[in-house]
Design a protein around this ligand. Structure first.
Ligand code: AHR
Length: 509
């Protein structure tokens, strides 16, 4: 081994916790052009659609094996009254989307349309209920409407609206950011509400809900502690335990501050490194929240759901500030690949993560041109695609006994090489990111406990970190076959050009 390579060890026969496929989850809010113009164009559109849902978007997301989709928000969820979004479209109530641009919401995309979308995507719905401005009854009836079979008031209403059979819904959110846009509550206040709402979100037939309490922002460990404490203080012996099954966490990566988050496509190397340092904070946050949870739940029965993560830049010039439309570069791709390495490492507690958001909002997979309707796959999309083999795979520990190169960024150390690995169905998948903006790096992995054959490797990189895809240039950043991989006995050597993401897959023997 030459001295310049990072030396790593993977014991391919020692399986760690399973990486839940749901950490590759998505999020679609009634925000800007995510739903309208993104997923949903209406049946009269020239853009090919099924019942108003864009076919090209469905096809692109199915190629990612999208495991779940969170809806209808975000902040919108706590203003959303689901009964406004059922029945004949022309009769549906119009509301103002006060959080996002103050535009009118005609409710043409409601429960039936969302469940239709999930069926087309073959993905699991994750519904985020309204705690902030809704009622316990309203949420309880929504669960009944969607999941109850047989005869009941809400089941009858659903049938009247054209859906005979109930749908299956597992993931159910009890509000969103209840410390902020979801009601500005204190942790104590929300902990009481979460118990109440969870109680009345019933399991009907064999539909078993996985209730997700609205958790902390960033490093608010006190919020997590309050929810965990309240969860264990239940008087009645007859109630289902635990009352809710997971806590959420939100954390966004920005280069600047909330007043000036930085531009998506124009940034210096320094801003790039700051971005990566901030993205890396996700590891610290997951560790911190998990440590608190361990005190109350050492068996790890309560999951963490990081149901909002990703980059948040200043909106593209000339676009509605309330629509959160941003471009997506090679930098965003590396933020995503780094997050996945972190998520894989936390597979014991992290059961879901949802990037914000799927189409046309924040760190999107897909951008659609408002004029031509053209569809652009972003660099982030390609990371999801290259990594999809990790879904539901057994995590494998990656040891780097001599460490990895680091760089001082804003007074802290940033590791510039990140690696994670998993095995599933007799195949190994290794993901490697070189975060260095300008220098290549080799990694030599000693594979112990099994041989490897039938190697396949892909690389995602670009001329610059600012490179991005547009309708005119759809493949400025797109995966290519990577020939910088060699296998010599048990030694897998991988060349990582500057700012690159590489996957290596192979059959285990
Ligand atoms: O994803 C955009 C917004 O960010 C969501 O609506 C909210 O939950 C968060 O603050």
């Amino acid at each position: 081994m030459s001295t310049d390579a990072v030396s790593a060890v993977i014991n391919v026969d020692i399986e760690g916790p399973k990486i839940s496929k749901h950490v590759y989850g998505h999020f679609a809010e009634h925000l800007g052009r995510c739903i309208y113009g993104g997923f949903y164009v209406g049946e009269d559109s020239d853009i090919p659609n099924v019942r108003g849902i864009r076919l090209d978007v469905v096809e692109a997301l199915r190629a990612l094996d999208i495991p779940n989709l969170r809806w209808p928000g975000g902040c919108f969820a706590d203003e959303y009254h689901w009964m406004d979004g059922i029945g004949p479209k022309e009769d549906r109530a119009v509301m103002v989307n006060t959080h996002w641009g103050g535009v009118e919401e005609n409710n043409h995309f409601g429960t039936h349309e969302f469940m239709d979308l999930c069926e087309l995507l073959e993905t699991e719905p994750y519904i985020s209920g309204n705690v902030g401005s809704g009622t316990v009854r309203e949420m309880s009836e929504w669960v009944e409407y969607i999941t109850r079979e047989g005869d009941s008031p809400m089941a009858r209403l659903r049938k009247q609206n054209g859906r005979e059979e109930p749908w299956k819904v597992k993931f159910w959110g009890l509000g969103n950011e209840t410390w902020g846009c979801g009601g500005n509550m204190t942790a104590e206040q929300y902990a009481m509400d979460a118990r109440k709402y969870a109680t009345y979100c019933r399991n009907y037939g064999d539909n078993k809900l996985y209730r997700i309490a609205a958790g902390a922002a960033d490093a608010d460990y006190g919020w997590t502690e309050t929810l965990m404490k309240q969860l264990s203080h239940l008087g009645c012996q007859r109630v289902e335990r635990p009352l809710y099954q997971a806590l959420s966490i939100h954390y966004y990566t920005i280069a600047g501050d909330w007043n000036d988050k930085g531009a998506a496509t124009v940034f210096t190397d320094d801003e790039y490194y700051t971005t990566m340092l901030k993205a890396n904070r996700t590891d610290e946050l997951l560790t911190g929240h998990a440590n608190v949870m361990d005190l109350y739940d050492p068996k790890k029965e309560i999951g963490i759901v990081m149901d909002e993560w990703g980059t948040w830049w200043n909106v593209e010039p000339g676009t509605n500030p309330g629509f959160l439309y941003q471009q997506n570069t090679m930098r965003d791709a590396l933020v995503a690949s780094l997050h996945f390495d972190i998520f894989h490492k936390h597979a014991d507690r992290l059961i879901m993560a949802n990037i914000a958001q799927t189409v046309n909002v924040l760190q999107a997979m897909i951008l659609t041109d408002p004029d031509s309707g053209a569809l652009v796959l972003t660099p982030t999309y390609h990371v999801f695609q290259m990594n999809k083999g990790h879904q539901d795979a057994a995590s494998l520990r990656v040891d780097t006994p001599a460490g990895v190169p680091t760089r001082e960024v804003d007074g802290k150390e940033l590791a510039t090489v990140s690696v994670s690995a998993s095995r599933k169905d007799g195949r190994l998948l290794v993901s490697l990111s070189n975060l260095d903006a300008g220098a290549a790096q080799d990694v030599e992995i000693d594979l112990r406990g099994g041989g490897l054959g039938d190697l396949e490797s892909l690389i995602l990189t670009a001329d610059t970190l600012q490179s991005h895809n547009t309708p005119e240039q759809l493949e400025a950043v797109a995966p290519q076959k990577h020939d910088g991989v060699t296998l010599d006995g048990s030694k897998l050597r991988v060349h990582l050009p500057a700012h690159s993401f590489v996957t290596v897959a192979g059959a285990l023997a």
